[in-house]
Design a protein around this ligand. Structure first.
Ligand code: GBH
Length: 531
Protein backbone atom coordinates (compact mmCIF):
# COMPACT_ATOMS: atom_id res chain seq x y z
CA UNK A 1 0.00 0.00 0.00
CA UNK A 2 2.85 2.30 1.03
CA UNK A 3 4.56 1.71 -2.29
CA UNK A 4 1.36 2.18 -4.21
CA UNK A 5 0.72 5.51 -2.53
CA UNK A 6 4.17 6.92 -3.10
CA UNK A 7 4.16 5.73 -6.68
CA UNK A 8 0.82 7.42 -7.03
CA UNK A 9 2.23 10.72 -5.72
CA UNK A 10 5.20 10.45 -8.03
CA UNK A 11 3.02 9.81 -11.06
CA UNK A 12 0.80 12.68 -10.09
CA UNK A 13 3.80 14.96 -10.07
CA UNK A 14 5.17 13.69 -13.33
CA UNK A 15 1.84 14.07 -15.06
CA UNK A 16 1.12 17.54 -13.81
CA UNK A 17 4.66 18.66 -14.61
CA UNK A 18 4.98 17.40 -18.13
CA UNK A 19 1.53 18.65 -19.08
CA UNK A 20 0.83 15.65 -21.27
CA UNK A 21 -2.15 14.99 -19.12
CA UNK A 22 -4.12 12.88 -21.53
CA UNK A 23 -1.43 11.41 -23.65
CA UNK A 24 -2.33 7.96 -22.33
CA UNK A 25 -5.60 8.11 -24.26
CA UNK A 26 -4.02 9.16 -27.50
CA UNK A 27 -2.72 6.90 -30.20
CA UNK A 28 0.83 8.11 -29.71
CA UNK A 29 2.94 11.22 -29.33
CA UNK A 30 3.15 13.94 -31.92
CA UNK A 31 5.23 12.95 -34.91
CA UNK A 32 6.03 13.93 -38.45
CA UNK A 33 4.71 10.73 -39.98
CA UNK A 34 2.73 11.13 -43.17
CA UNK A 35 0.30 8.92 -45.02
CA UNK A 36 1.75 6.91 -47.92
CA UNK A 37 1.30 8.48 -51.37
CA UNK A 38 -1.03 5.76 -52.62
CA UNK A 39 -3.05 5.71 -49.39
CA UNK A 40 -6.79 6.02 -50.19
CA UNK A 41 -8.71 8.81 -48.49
CA UNK A 42 -12.46 8.72 -48.81
CA UNK A 43 -15.85 9.56 -47.37
CA UNK A 44 -18.77 7.18 -46.74
CA UNK A 45 -22.55 7.33 -46.90
CA UNK A 46 -25.45 4.87 -47.11
CA UNK A 47 -28.50 4.98 -49.40
CA UNK A 48 -31.16 4.67 -46.70
CA UNK A 49 -29.59 7.52 -44.72
CA UNK A 50 -29.24 10.13 -47.48
CA UNK A 51 -31.28 9.40 -50.60
CA UNK A 52 -34.86 10.04 -49.53
CA UNK A 53 -37.27 9.57 -52.47
CA UNK A 54 -38.42 6.51 -50.58
CA UNK A 55 -41.28 5.70 -52.96
CA UNK A 56 -40.25 7.61 -56.07
CA UNK A 57 -39.62 6.25 -59.55
CA UNK A 58 -40.66 2.72 -58.68
CA UNK A 59 -38.73 2.18 -55.43
CA UNK A 60 -40.49 -0.15 -53.01
CA UNK A 61 -40.45 -0.10 -49.22
CA UNK A 62 -37.32 -1.14 -47.36
CA UNK A 63 -37.32 -2.69 -43.88
CA UNK A 64 -36.28 0.72 -42.50
CA UNK A 65 -39.11 2.54 -44.30
CA UNK A 66 -41.47 -0.08 -42.95
CA UNK A 67 -40.17 0.05 -39.39
CA UNK A 68 -40.24 3.83 -39.00
CA UNK A 69 -43.54 4.29 -40.85
CA UNK A 70 -45.24 1.80 -38.59
CA UNK A 71 -43.45 2.68 -35.36
CA UNK A 72 -42.64 6.41 -35.35
CA UNK A 73 -41.60 6.06 -31.71
CA UNK A 74 -38.69 3.92 -32.80
CA UNK A 75 -36.87 7.09 -33.83
CA UNK A 76 -35.77 9.62 -31.20
CA UNK A 77 -37.22 12.65 -32.99
CA UNK A 78 -40.10 10.66 -34.57
CA UNK A 79 -38.62 11.43 -37.97
CA UNK A 80 -38.19 9.14 -40.96
CA UNK A 81 -35.97 8.87 -44.03
CA UNK A 82 -38.68 9.71 -46.59
CA UNK A 83 -36.72 12.75 -47.78
CA UNK A 84 -33.54 12.60 -45.67
CA UNK A 85 -30.76 14.64 -47.35
CA UNK A 86 -32.55 14.21 -50.68
CA UNK A 87 -29.45 12.87 -52.39
CA UNK A 88 -31.67 11.14 -54.93
CA UNK A 89 -32.11 14.61 -56.42
CA UNK A 90 -28.99 16.35 -55.12
CA UNK A 91 -26.27 13.85 -56.05
CA UNK A 92 -24.45 16.43 -58.17
CA UNK A 93 -24.04 18.68 -55.16
CA UNK A 94 -22.81 15.62 -53.21
CA UNK A 95 -20.12 15.00 -55.80
CA UNK A 96 -19.21 18.69 -55.69
CA UNK A 97 -18.64 18.35 -51.92
CA UNK A 98 -16.49 15.28 -52.48
CA UNK A 99 -14.42 17.34 -54.93
CA UNK A 100 -14.16 20.17 -52.40
CA UNK A 101 -12.76 17.70 -49.88
CA UNK A 102 -10.26 16.47 -52.44
CA UNK A 103 -10.66 12.83 -51.46
CA UNK A 104 -9.77 9.97 -53.80
CA UNK A 105 -12.77 7.71 -53.31
CA UNK A 106 -16.47 7.80 -52.39
CA UNK A 107 -18.18 4.89 -50.64
CA UNK A 108 -21.96 4.85 -51.12
CA UNK A 109 -24.51 2.05 -50.99
CA UNK A 110 -27.15 0.88 -53.44
CA UNK A 111 -30.73 0.56 -52.28
CA UNK A 112 -31.91 -2.96 -53.12
CA UNK A 113 -35.63 -1.96 -53.21
CA UNK A 114 -34.81 0.91 -55.59
CA UNK A 115 -33.09 -1.39 -58.07
CA UNK A 116 -35.28 -4.48 -57.58
CA UNK A 117 -38.68 -3.33 -56.30
CA UNK A 118 -40.03 -6.89 -55.98
CA UNK A 119 -36.85 -7.93 -54.17
CA UNK A 120 -36.19 -10.36 -57.02
CA UNK A 121 -34.30 -9.87 -60.26
CA UNK A 122 -37.42 -10.62 -62.30
CA UNK A 123 -38.00 -6.87 -62.59
CA UNK A 124 -35.06 -4.50 -62.79
CA UNK A 125 -36.14 -0.89 -62.25
CA UNK A 126 -34.54 1.12 -65.09
CA UNK A 127 -34.89 4.41 -63.20
CA UNK A 128 -33.13 2.94 -60.18
CA UNK A 129 -30.25 1.76 -62.35
CA UNK A 130 -30.15 5.16 -64.05
CA UNK A 131 -29.77 6.97 -60.72
CA UNK A 132 -26.68 4.99 -59.76
CA UNK A 133 -25.30 5.21 -63.29
CA UNK A 134 -25.62 9.01 -63.12
CA UNK A 135 -23.89 9.11 -59.75
CA UNK A 136 -21.07 6.83 -60.88
CA UNK A 137 -20.57 8.81 -64.10
CA UNK A 138 -20.48 12.06 -62.17
CA UNK A 139 -17.78 10.63 -59.86
CA UNK A 140 -15.70 9.17 -62.65
CA UNK A 141 -15.94 12.45 -64.58
CA UNK A 142 -14.05 14.11 -61.72
CA UNK A 143 -11.62 11.29 -61.18
CA UNK A 144 -13.22 10.10 -57.95
CA UNK A 145 -13.16 6.33 -57.52
CA UNK A 146 -16.58 4.86 -56.69
CA UNK A 147 -16.79 2.19 -53.97
CA UNK A 148 -20.16 0.44 -53.79
CA UNK A 149 -21.63 -1.17 -50.68
CA UNK A 150 -24.09 -3.72 -52.03
CA UNK A 151 -26.03 -4.04 -48.77
CA UNK A 152 -26.20 -1.37 -46.08
CA UNK A 153 -29.24 -2.54 -44.07
CA UNK A 154 -32.16 -1.64 -46.37
CA UNK A 155 -33.64 -5.00 -47.35
CA UNK A 156 -36.81 -4.89 -49.49
CA UNK A 157 -39.71 -5.35 -47.05
CA UNK A 158 -41.15 -7.91 -49.49
CA UNK A 159 -38.19 -10.17 -48.73
CA UNK A 160 -38.55 -9.56 -45.00
CA UNK A 161 -42.13 -10.77 -45.29
CA UNK A 162 -40.76 -14.16 -46.30
CA UNK A 163 -38.15 -14.32 -43.53
CA UNK A 164 -35.47 -11.93 -44.75
CA UNK A 165 -32.00 -13.06 -43.71
CA UNK A 166 -33.36 -16.07 -41.83
CA UNK A 167 -34.69 -17.55 -45.09
CA UNK A 168 -31.97 -19.78 -46.55
CA UNK A 169 -33.07 -18.88 -50.09
CA UNK A 170 -31.89 -15.32 -49.55
CA UNK A 171 -28.44 -16.55 -50.59
CA UNK A 172 -29.83 -16.83 -54.13
CA UNK A 173 -31.90 -13.65 -54.00
CA UNK A 174 -28.90 -11.63 -52.82
CA UNK A 175 -26.67 -13.20 -55.46
CA UNK A 176 -29.17 -12.26 -58.19
CA UNK A 177 -29.27 -8.70 -56.85
CA UNK A 178 -25.47 -8.41 -56.76
CA UNK A 179 -25.30 -9.85 -60.25
CA UNK A 180 -27.55 -7.04 -61.53
CA UNK A 181 -25.18 -4.50 -59.98
CA UNK A 182 -22.05 -6.17 -61.41
CA UNK A 183 -23.66 -6.42 -64.85
CA UNK A 184 -24.51 -2.74 -64.86
CA UNK A 185 -21.62 -1.18 -63.00
CA UNK A 186 -18.57 -3.45 -62.75
CA UNK A 187 -17.01 -1.81 -65.79
CA UNK A 188 -16.70 1.42 -63.79
CA UNK A 189 -16.76 0.33 -60.15
CA UNK A 190 -13.52 -1.27 -58.95
CA UNK A 191 -14.26 -1.54 -55.22
CA UNK A 192 -17.16 -3.60 -53.90
CA UNK A 193 -18.36 -4.27 -50.36
CA UNK A 194 -20.81 -7.12 -49.99
CA UNK A 195 -22.10 -6.21 -46.53
CA UNK A 196 -21.89 -3.27 -44.19
CA UNK A 197 -21.63 -4.36 -40.55
CA UNK A 198 -23.36 -7.74 -40.74
CA UNK A 199 -23.26 -7.94 -36.95
CA UNK A 200 -25.64 -4.97 -36.75
CA UNK A 201 -27.97 -6.61 -39.27
CA UNK A 202 -28.08 -9.94 -37.45
CA UNK A 203 -27.37 -9.29 -33.78
CA UNK A 204 -29.38 -6.07 -33.49
CA UNK A 205 -31.91 -6.52 -36.30
CA UNK A 206 -32.84 -10.18 -35.76
CA UNK A 207 -31.59 -10.92 -32.25
CA UNK A 208 -32.51 -7.51 -30.85
CA UNK A 209 -34.68 -4.48 -31.41
CA UNK A 210 -32.11 -1.81 -32.16
CA UNK A 211 -32.04 -2.17 -35.95
CA UNK A 212 -34.68 -3.10 -38.54
CA UNK A 213 -36.49 -5.48 -38.68
CA UNK A 214 -36.23 -5.36 -34.84
CA UNK A 215 -37.28 -8.98 -34.62
CA UNK A 216 -35.99 -9.70 -31.10
CA UNK A 217 -35.72 -13.48 -31.68
CA UNK A 218 -32.50 -13.62 -29.70
CA UNK A 219 -30.51 -16.80 -29.36
CA UNK A 220 -31.86 -18.16 -32.64
CA UNK A 221 -32.40 -15.59 -35.35
CA UNK A 222 -29.03 -13.78 -35.06
CA UNK A 223 -27.28 -17.10 -35.76
CA UNK A 224 -29.54 -18.03 -38.69
CA UNK A 225 -29.14 -14.56 -40.19
CA UNK A 226 -25.35 -14.70 -39.89
CA UNK A 227 -25.23 -18.18 -41.39
CA UNK A 228 -27.16 -17.19 -44.53
CA UNK A 229 -25.40 -13.86 -44.80
CA UNK A 230 -21.94 -15.43 -44.78
CA UNK A 231 -22.98 -17.90 -47.46
CA UNK A 232 -24.45 -15.05 -49.51
CA UNK A 233 -21.22 -13.11 -49.13
CA UNK A 234 -19.12 -16.03 -50.32
CA UNK A 235 -21.43 -16.76 -53.24
CA UNK A 236 -21.18 -13.18 -54.45
CA UNK A 237 -17.42 -13.14 -53.99
CA UNK A 238 -17.10 -16.23 -56.20
CA UNK A 239 -19.50 -14.78 -58.78
CA UNK A 240 -17.41 -11.61 -58.97
CA UNK A 241 -14.15 -13.51 -58.97
CA UNK A 242 -15.17 -15.88 -61.79
CA UNK A 243 -17.34 -13.74 -64.03
CA UNK A 244 -16.47 -10.10 -63.54
CA UNK A 245 -12.92 -9.79 -62.26
CA UNK A 246 -11.51 -11.41 -65.42
CA UNK A 247 -13.35 -8.80 -67.51
CA UNK A 248 -12.90 -5.65 -65.49
CA UNK A 249 -10.56 -6.28 -62.57
CA UNK A 250 -11.52 -4.83 -59.21
CA UNK A 251 -11.57 -5.76 -55.54
CA UNK A 252 -14.27 -7.07 -53.24
CA UNK A 253 -14.48 -7.34 -49.46
CA UNK A 254 -16.81 -6.90 -46.51
CA UNK A 255 -17.05 -4.13 -43.87
CA UNK A 256 -17.09 -5.41 -40.29
CA UNK A 257 -17.84 -3.22 -37.29
CA UNK A 258 -15.65 -3.57 -34.26
CA UNK A 259 -15.03 -1.75 -31.04
CA UNK A 260 -11.64 -2.26 -29.44
CA UNK A 261 -11.89 -4.39 -26.29
CA UNK A 262 -9.64 -3.37 -23.43
CA UNK A 263 -9.50 -5.54 -20.28
CA UNK A 264 -11.26 -3.72 -17.43
CA UNK A 265 -8.42 -4.52 -15.04
CA UNK A 266 -5.11 -6.31 -15.44
CA UNK A 267 -6.53 -9.56 -14.05
CA UNK A 268 -6.09 -12.69 -16.15
CA UNK A 269 -9.87 -13.06 -16.22
CA UNK A 270 -10.46 -9.61 -17.66
CA UNK A 271 -7.70 -10.07 -20.22
CA UNK A 272 -9.45 -13.28 -21.20
CA UNK A 273 -12.82 -11.47 -21.39
CA UNK A 274 -11.41 -8.84 -23.75
CA UNK A 275 -9.95 -11.53 -25.99
CA UNK A 276 -13.22 -13.46 -25.91
CA UNK A 277 -15.17 -10.33 -26.87
CA UNK A 278 -13.12 -9.88 -30.04
CA UNK A 279 -13.23 -13.59 -30.90
CA UNK A 280 -17.01 -13.87 -30.50
CA UNK A 281 -18.01 -10.55 -32.07
CA UNK A 282 -15.54 -9.47 -34.76
CA UNK A 283 -14.40 -13.10 -35.08
CA UNK A 284 -17.97 -14.36 -35.57
CA UNK A 285 -17.79 -12.82 -39.06
CA UNK A 286 -14.05 -12.49 -39.60
CA UNK A 287 -12.96 -16.02 -38.69
CA UNK A 288 -15.04 -17.75 -41.40
CA UNK A 289 -13.72 -15.39 -44.10
CA UNK A 290 -10.29 -14.16 -43.05
CA UNK A 291 -8.70 -16.87 -40.87
CA UNK A 292 -6.51 -19.68 -42.19
CA UNK A 293 -8.84 -22.39 -40.84
CA UNK A 294 -12.18 -20.81 -41.73
CA UNK A 295 -15.49 -21.64 -39.99
CA UNK A 296 -16.89 -19.95 -36.89
CA UNK A 297 -14.39 -19.38 -34.09
CA UNK A 298 -13.97 -22.70 -32.20
CA UNK A 299 -14.81 -20.94 -28.92
CA UNK A 300 -18.13 -19.68 -30.24
CA UNK A 301 -19.00 -23.17 -31.50
CA UNK A 302 -18.19 -24.55 -28.06
CA UNK A 303 -20.00 -21.89 -26.04
CA UNK A 304 -23.24 -21.96 -28.06
CA UNK A 305 -23.10 -25.76 -28.23
CA UNK A 306 -22.76 -26.17 -24.45
CA UNK A 307 -25.48 -23.63 -23.64
CA UNK A 308 -27.86 -25.12 -26.21
CA UNK A 309 -27.41 -28.57 -24.72
CA UNK A 310 -27.96 -27.27 -21.21
CA UNK A 311 -31.08 -25.51 -22.42
CA UNK A 312 -32.44 -28.77 -23.80
CA UNK A 313 -32.25 -27.93 -27.51
CA UNK A 314 -31.83 -30.96 -29.79
CA UNK A 315 -28.89 -29.31 -31.49
CA UNK A 316 -26.71 -26.25 -31.18
CA UNK A 317 -28.50 -22.98 -31.90
CA UNK A 318 -25.42 -22.08 -33.94
CA UNK A 319 -25.90 -23.76 -37.34
CA UNK A 320 -23.01 -25.83 -38.68
CA UNK A 321 -21.13 -25.29 -41.92
CA UNK A 322 -20.26 -28.44 -43.86
CA UNK A 323 -16.54 -28.84 -44.61
CA UNK A 324 -17.15 -27.79 -48.20
CA UNK A 325 -19.03 -24.69 -47.04
CA UNK A 326 -16.12 -23.83 -44.75
CA UNK A 327 -13.84 -24.04 -47.78
CA UNK A 328 -16.23 -22.08 -49.95
CA UNK A 329 -16.37 -19.18 -47.47
CA UNK A 330 -12.72 -19.09 -46.42
CA UNK A 331 -10.59 -16.50 -48.21
CA UNK A 332 -13.48 -14.73 -49.91
CA UNK A 333 -12.21 -11.16 -49.58
CA UNK A 334 -9.47 -9.05 -51.12
CA UNK A 335 -9.40 -6.64 -48.19
CA UNK A 336 -10.68 -6.23 -44.65
CA UNK A 337 -13.18 -3.35 -44.41
CA UNK A 338 -13.29 -2.03 -40.86
CA UNK A 339 -15.81 0.36 -39.32
CA UNK A 340 -14.51 1.62 -36.00
CA UNK A 341 -15.74 4.29 -33.62
CA UNK A 342 -14.98 3.53 -29.98
CA UNK A 343 -13.62 1.25 -27.23
CA UNK A 344 -15.12 -0.81 -24.39
CA UNK A 345 -13.80 -2.32 -21.16
CA UNK A 346 -14.42 -6.03 -20.70
CA UNK A 347 -14.74 -8.36 -17.75
CA UNK A 348 -16.03 -11.92 -17.25
CA UNK A 349 -19.59 -12.34 -16.02
CA UNK A 350 -19.83 -14.52 -12.92
CA UNK A 351 -23.57 -15.06 -13.42
CA UNK A 352 -25.93 -15.33 -16.40
CA UNK A 353 -26.01 -12.17 -18.51
CA UNK A 354 -28.47 -11.04 -21.16
CA UNK A 355 -31.72 -12.62 -22.26
CA UNK A 356 -31.86 -16.43 -22.31
CA UNK A 357 -31.08 -17.60 -24.89
CA UNK A 358 -29.05 -14.94 -26.70
CA UNK A 359 -25.61 -14.34 -28.16
CA UNK A 360 -24.81 -12.15 -25.13
CA UNK A 361 -25.83 -14.95 -22.78
CA UNK A 362 -23.92 -17.55 -24.76
CA UNK A 363 -20.73 -15.50 -24.57
CA UNK A 364 -21.08 -14.36 -20.95
CA UNK A 365 -18.98 -11.23 -20.66
CA UNK A 366 -19.68 -7.73 -19.36
CA UNK A 367 -19.00 -4.65 -21.45
CA UNK A 368 -18.78 -1.14 -20.04
CA UNK A 369 -17.11 2.15 -20.88
CA UNK A 370 -14.98 4.25 -18.58
CA UNK A 371 -17.20 7.20 -17.58
CA UNK A 372 -14.05 9.30 -17.53
CA UNK A 373 -13.26 8.78 -21.18
CA UNK A 374 -13.90 11.97 -23.14
CA UNK A 375 -17.18 12.03 -24.99
CA UNK A 376 -19.74 14.87 -25.18
CA UNK A 377 -21.13 13.11 -28.27
CA UNK A 378 -24.83 13.00 -29.13
CA UNK A 379 -24.29 9.24 -29.40
CA UNK A 380 -23.74 8.18 -25.81
CA UNK A 381 -21.71 5.12 -26.83
CA UNK A 382 -19.17 7.21 -28.70
CA UNK A 383 -16.30 7.73 -26.25
CA UNK A 384 -13.07 9.10 -27.64
CA UNK A 385 -10.33 6.49 -27.15
CA UNK A 386 -7.80 6.79 -29.98
CA UNK A 387 -5.36 4.21 -28.60
CA UNK A 388 -8.12 1.62 -29.05
CA UNK A 389 -8.15 2.27 -32.80
CA UNK A 390 -4.42 1.66 -32.98
CA UNK A 391 -4.62 -1.56 -30.97
CA UNK A 392 -7.53 -2.87 -33.03
CA UNK A 393 -5.66 -2.32 -36.29
CA UNK A 394 -2.69 -4.20 -34.90
CA UNK A 395 -4.95 -7.01 -33.68
CA UNK A 396 -6.57 -7.43 -37.11
CA UNK A 397 -3.23 -7.31 -38.92
CA UNK A 398 -1.83 -10.03 -36.64
CA UNK A 399 -4.92 -12.21 -36.31
CA UNK A 400 -5.85 -12.27 -39.98
CA UNK A 401 -2.51 -12.85 -41.67
CA UNK A 402 -1.61 -9.32 -42.58
CA UNK A 403 -4.72 -8.82 -44.73
CA UNK A 404 -4.87 -5.31 -46.28
CA UNK A 405 -7.23 -3.23 -44.13
CA UNK A 406 -9.39 -0.41 -45.41
CA UNK A 407 -11.02 1.63 -42.66
CA UNK A 408 -14.40 2.08 -44.31
CA UNK A 409 -15.91 4.19 -41.48
CA UNK A 410 -14.68 6.32 -38.60
CA UNK A 411 -16.25 9.48 -37.24
CA UNK A 412 -17.92 11.43 -34.48
CA UNK A 413 -21.46 12.61 -33.77
CA UNK A 414 -22.61 15.88 -32.25
CA UNK A 415 -25.85 17.86 -32.04
CA UNK A 416 -25.07 19.99 -35.10
CA UNK A 417 -23.27 23.20 -35.98
CA UNK A 418 -20.56 24.29 -38.37
CA UNK A 419 -18.00 25.08 -35.66
CA UNK A 420 -17.56 21.42 -34.75
CA UNK A 421 -14.51 21.53 -32.49
CA UNK A 422 -15.13 18.09 -31.04
CA UNK A 423 -15.26 16.44 -34.47
CA UNK A 424 -12.11 18.28 -35.55
CA UNK A 425 -10.39 16.98 -32.42
CA UNK A 426 -11.73 13.43 -32.89
CA UNK A 427 -10.38 13.21 -36.44
CA UNK A 428 -7.04 14.65 -35.34
CA UNK A 429 -6.68 12.02 -32.62
CA UNK A 430 -7.87 9.05 -34.66
CA UNK A 431 -5.75 9.98 -37.66
CA UNK A 432 -2.74 10.42 -35.39
CA UNK A 433 -3.42 6.94 -33.99
CA UNK A 434 -3.68 5.67 -37.56
CA UNK A 435 -0.30 7.16 -38.48
CA UNK A 436 1.28 5.35 -35.54
CA UNK A 437 -0.53 2.16 -36.51
CA UNK A 438 0.94 2.33 -40.01
CA UNK A 439 4.47 3.53 -39.24
CA UNK A 440 5.24 2.17 -35.77
CA UNK A 441 3.13 -1.00 -35.54
CA UNK A 442 3.32 -1.79 -39.28
CA UNK A 443 -0.40 -2.44 -39.36
CA UNK A 444 -1.42 -3.10 -42.93
CA UNK A 445 -3.81 -0.18 -43.54
CA UNK A 446 -4.39 1.00 -47.11
CA UNK A 447 -7.25 3.43 -46.82
CA UNK A 448 -9.43 5.51 -44.54
CA UNK A 449 -13.00 6.77 -44.98
CA UNK A 450 -14.63 9.41 -42.81
CA UNK A 451 -18.21 8.73 -41.74
CA UNK A 452 -19.86 10.71 -43.03
CA UNK A 453 -19.80 13.03 -46.01
CA UNK A 454 -22.87 14.82 -44.65
CA UNK A 455 -25.42 14.81 -41.86
CA UNK A 456 -28.00 12.11 -42.48
CA UNK A 457 -30.74 9.92 -41.06
CA UNK A 458 -28.87 8.34 -38.16
CA UNK A 459 -31.23 5.35 -37.83
CA UNK A 460 -32.96 5.29 -34.41
CA UNK A 461 -31.33 8.66 -33.60
CA UNK A 462 -33.11 10.28 -36.53
CA UNK A 463 -31.64 13.70 -37.23
CA UNK A 464 -30.57 14.28 -33.62
CA UNK A 465 -27.09 12.81 -34.06
CA UNK A 466 -24.99 14.45 -36.75
CA UNK A 467 -21.97 12.66 -38.21
CA UNK A 468 -21.41 14.86 -41.26
CA UNK A 469 -18.37 16.75 -42.46
CA UNK A 470 -21.05 18.83 -44.17
CA UNK A 471 -23.96 20.24 -42.25
CA UNK A 472 -27.33 19.57 -43.83
CA UNK A 473 -30.15 22.01 -43.10
CA UNK A 474 -32.98 19.48 -43.08
CA UNK A 475 -35.55 22.27 -42.64
CA UNK A 476 -34.57 24.03 -45.84
CA UNK A 477 -36.45 22.94 -48.97
CA UNK A 478 -33.23 22.26 -50.88
CA UNK A 479 -31.43 20.59 -47.94
CA UNK A 480 -28.62 23.13 -48.03
CA UNK A 481 -25.19 21.65 -47.37
CA UNK A 482 -22.45 23.68 -45.67
CA UNK A 483 -18.88 22.63 -44.97
CA UNK A 484 -18.12 22.29 -41.25
CA UNK A 485 -14.71 23.07 -39.79
CA UNK A 486 -14.02 19.33 -39.77
CA UNK A 487 -14.44 19.31 -43.57
CA UNK A 488 -11.62 21.84 -43.78
CA UNK A 489 -9.45 19.82 -41.43
CA UNK A 490 -10.06 16.63 -43.42
CA UNK A 491 -9.34 18.24 -46.78
CA UNK A 492 -6.05 19.62 -45.42
CA UNK A 493 -5.08 16.16 -44.12
CA UNK A 494 -5.88 14.70 -47.52
CA UNK A 495 -3.91 17.41 -49.33
CA UNK A 496 -0.83 17.35 -47.07
CA UNK A 497 -0.99 13.61 -46.21
CA UNK A 498 -0.26 14.63 -42.61
CA UNK A 499 -1.74 16.22 -39.51
CA UNK A 500 -1.90 19.99 -39.06
CA UNK A 501 1.09 21.62 -37.32
CA UNK A 502 -1.01 22.69 -34.32
CA UNK A 503 -2.36 19.21 -33.62
CA UNK A 504 -1.78 18.26 -29.96
CA UNK A 505 -2.19 14.59 -29.02
CA UNK A 506 -2.61 15.51 -25.34
CA UNK A 507 -5.49 17.90 -25.91
CA UNK A 508 -8.94 16.43 -25.26
CA UNK A 509 -10.52 19.66 -24.06
CA UNK A 510 -12.92 19.80 -27.02
CA UNK A 511 -14.84 16.94 -25.41
CA UNK A 512 -15.17 18.44 -22.00
CA UNK A 513 -17.14 21.24 -20.45
CA UNK A 514 -14.74 21.36 -17.47
CA UNK A 515 -11.42 21.15 -19.29
CA UNK A 516 -8.94 21.65 -16.47
CA UNK A 517 -10.53 19.40 -13.88
CA UNK A 518 -11.23 16.60 -16.32
CA UNK A 519 -7.91 16.72 -18.08
CA UNK A 520 -6.13 16.41 -14.74
CA UNK A 521 -8.32 13.74 -13.19
CA UNK A 522 -8.68 11.40 -16.13
CA UNK A 523 -5.16 10.04 -16.44
CA UNK A 524 -4.73 9.88 -12.68
CA UNK A 525 -7.76 7.68 -12.32
CA UNK A 526 -6.61 5.50 -15.15
CA UNK A 527 -3.11 5.08 -13.76
CA UNK A 528 -4.37 4.46 -10.25
CA UNK A 529 -6.51 1.66 -11.61
CA UNK A 530 -3.49 0.08 -13.22
CA UNK A 531 -1.55 -0.11 -9.95
C1 GBH B 1 -22.23 2.58 -38.44
O1 GBH B 1 -22.70 1.82 -37.38
C2 GBH B 1 -23.12 2.44 -39.64
O2 GBH B 1 -22.51 1.70 -40.66
C3 GBH B 1 -23.63 3.74 -40.17
O3 GBH B 1 -24.72 3.52 -41.02
C4 GBH B 1 -23.96 4.66 -39.03
O4 GBH B 1 -24.60 5.83 -39.45
C5 GBH B 1 -22.68 4.99 -38.33
O5 GBH B 1 -21.94 3.85 -38.01
C6 GBH B 1 -22.87 5.82 -37.07
O6 GBH B 1 -23.61 5.17 -36.11
O7 GBH B 1 -25.38 -1.22 -28.82
O8 GBH B 1 -24.07 -0.38 -27.01
O9 GBH B 1 -22.97 -1.28 -28.95
C7 GBH B 1 -22.00 2.04 -36.17
C8 GBH B 1 -21.84 0.82 -35.31
C9 GBH B 1 -22.49 -0.32 -33.36
C10 GBH B 1 -22.49 2.01 -33.31
C11 GBH B 1 -23.48 -0.34 -32.22
C12 GBH B 1 -23.51 2.02 -32.21
C13 GBH B 1 -24.52 0.94 -30.49
C14 GBH B 1 -24.09 1.03 -29.10
N1 GBH B 1 -22.68 0.87 -34.14
N2 GBH B 1 -23.41 0.85 -31.42
S1 GBH B 1 -24.14 -0.56 -28.43
Amino acid sequence: MEAKNSLFMLLLLVIICNGNAQLYLSGGPKSNYTFPKDFLFGVSTAAAQIEGAWNEDGKSESIWDHLVHNNPNFVKDHSNADVAADSYHLYKRDVEMIRELGVDIYRFSVSWPRVLPTGFANEVNPLGIQYYRNLIDELVKYNITPMVTIYHWDLPQKLQDIGGWTNAHIVDYYTDYANVLFKNFADKVKYWITFNEPMQTCLEGYGGTYRAPALNRHGIAEYLCTHNLLKAHANVYHLFDKQYRPLYGGKIGMSLDSNWAEPKTNSTKDIEAARLYLTTHLGWYAHPVYSTEGNYPPELIKLVGQKSQKQNYSRSRLPEFTPSEVDFIRGTADFFGLNHYTTYLLSMADKEVGAIPSHANDVGIIRVQDPNWPSKSSSDWLKVVPFGFRRLLQYITKTYNNIPIIVTENGYADFSGVDDKARVSYYGHYLNALLHAIHVDKSNVHGYFAWSLMDNFEWDDGYVSRFGLYLVDFKSPNKTRTAKHSAKLYSSVVATRGLPADYDPADFTAFSSAPILVSTMLPLLALYRLL
